[in-house]
Design a protein around this ligand. Structure first.
Ligand SMILES: Cc1ncc(COP(=O)(O)O)c(C=O)c1O
Length: 421
């Protein structure tokens, strides 16, 4: 694919003209710089606002004004069941069955709730494998969970690092560590796509290896959901959680998501913390004693649906439904490859792309590791109307997002970067 690319504006615009995803850009609001849309490459941090959010938000405000409490059942999208609007759509995004997913709570909260269910150390099985350099919130969650059961993180948490001189982690090293931990391993908990390097892990192989030694496998999919096609059910993943404010464009602090494989979700012996929204929907308003969890992932909900915090999710998942993960992925692979092709032409700046080059090991993020001058280059990009993402100590992350980034965006990024002395 790469050899046929060309580094010219006309060529990039030509690709946009035949791109069937191109019209989706029109559905989003772009921040402005000097009166023009910025070149936005930060969808892996905070996705853009769908234009339909304000209309859908207005509907909910009107329905609240018109119906008050009756809106729970009378609103155009009744609040009692608002979260059900997302079930079918999420199943396509994460590769799950309807009884395996729910939009609820927020990411780190969900990670804790799921670990309460799936990390129950006993009989010498208490260790957790995770990737070195995981997002800090995941590290804190895992650290405090092991402490809750009286273990020391240094003993209970096994971190898998890249090999000497490498940036990405070999799956075979994760699998070897799983085998070595054997009966002492309770859980593998990894970020499906590492936030720093953009590496996508082979979740099926890791899950299979965890199951072979009797451990559970669960994933933080913050950087994977809506970015790569997932098959959580078919891969037999035990549980997963994600946020919706990155690729899913659902706004700052937007509602999180939960997946639990149906053979656990249906199993009442899998312990879960109770709240009334996780209680059987039919029994909810009987106000009786005794938590009876729904026999699906919805039983990990705690509270009634935060409707205003779900409106952008509604807007964004409508767009995902129209675009489809398969088409998005097709464009994503090509656009990311084009971006890589362009970046490799720049030889005067001291950076290396540390994201895997193989398409099956990455989504649409490229991480540029600078030997020096990283912050200065980042600031110059910003001055020139590019929004990228700076990660200490020396990485610029860029995400050419297939829903709203264009080949022209990629070319312009290259042109601006190449112009930095
Ligand atoms: C991989 C990962 N895990 C956890 C978090 C924290 O998410 P939240 O603040 O929604 O709990 C983030 C936030 O960006 C993340 O990227």
């Amino acid at each position: 694919m790469q050899s046929s690319f060309e580094a010219t504006l006309e060529y990039a615009q030509g690709l946009d003209q035949v791109d069937i995803m191109f019209p989706f850009r029109e559905r989003f609001l772009f921040p402005q710089h000097d009166g023009k849309d910025v070149r936005y490459f930060c969808g892996n941090s905070l996705g853009l606002q769908p234009k339909s959010v304000s209309y859908l938000m207005q509907q909910e405000l009107e329905d609240w004004a018109r119906y008050g409490v009756e809106g729970h059942f009378q609103a155009r999208h009744p609040w009692f069941s608002y979260h059900h609007l997302f079930t079918e759509r999420l199943t396509k995004i994460v590769g799950a069955k309807p009884n395996e997913v729910v939009a609820a709570n927020t990411l780190t909260v969900n990670l804790h709730l799921l670990m309460i269910s799936f990390y129950r150390p006993q009989n010498g099985r208490y260790k957790i494998i995770m990737e070195a350099g995981a997002f800090p919130s995941d590290q804190y969650a895992v650290e405090t969970q092991v402490r809750m059961y009286g273990y020391e993180p240094e003993d209970a948490i096994i971190e898998i690092k890249p090999r000497e001189g490498a940036y990405i982690i070999e799956e075979e090293d994760i699998i070897a560590a799983i085998n070595e931990a054997g009966q002492s391993l309770a859980l593998v908990m990894i970020g499906g796509v590492n936030y720093y390097t953009g590496q996508f892990f082979d979740l099926k192989a890791i899950t299979d290896a965890a199951h072979r030694v009797g451990a559970y496998a669960g994933y933080d999919l913050a950087h994977a959901v809506g970015n790569l096609p997932l098959q959580l059910h078919n891969w037999n993943v035990d549980f997963a959680c994600w946020c919706s404010y990155k690729y899913l464009n659902s706004g700052p602090g937007g509602v999180g998501g939960i997946y639990v494989h149906e053979h656990h979700a249906k199993n009442p012996r899998i312990f879960r913390l109770g709240g009334w929204w996780g209680n059987s929907e039919k029994e909810r308003f009987k106000m009786e004693k005794g938590f009876v969890p729904e026999k699906n992932a919805g039983s990990w909900q705690m509270s009634n649906a935060p409707v205003f915090n779900m409106v952008a999710h509604h807007a964004s998942l409508d767009i995902y439904e129209k675009a489809g993960m398969a088409e998005l992925r097709k464009k994503s692979e090509k656009l990311t490859a084009y971006m890589q092709f362009l970046l490799e032409k720049i030889t005067h700046l001291p950076f290396t792309i540390i994201t895997p080059t193989e398409p099956h090991r990455r989504g649409c993020q490229l991480s540029l590791l600078f030997k020096d001058r990283g912050r200065e280059v980042f600031d110059k990009l910003t001055e020139n109307g590019v929004i990228a993402d700076w990660r200490e100590p020396n990485v610029i992350r860029i995400a050419p997002v297939p829903l709203y980034n264009t080949y022209e965006d990629a070319y312009k990024f290259y042109e601006i970067l190449a112009g930095i002395e």
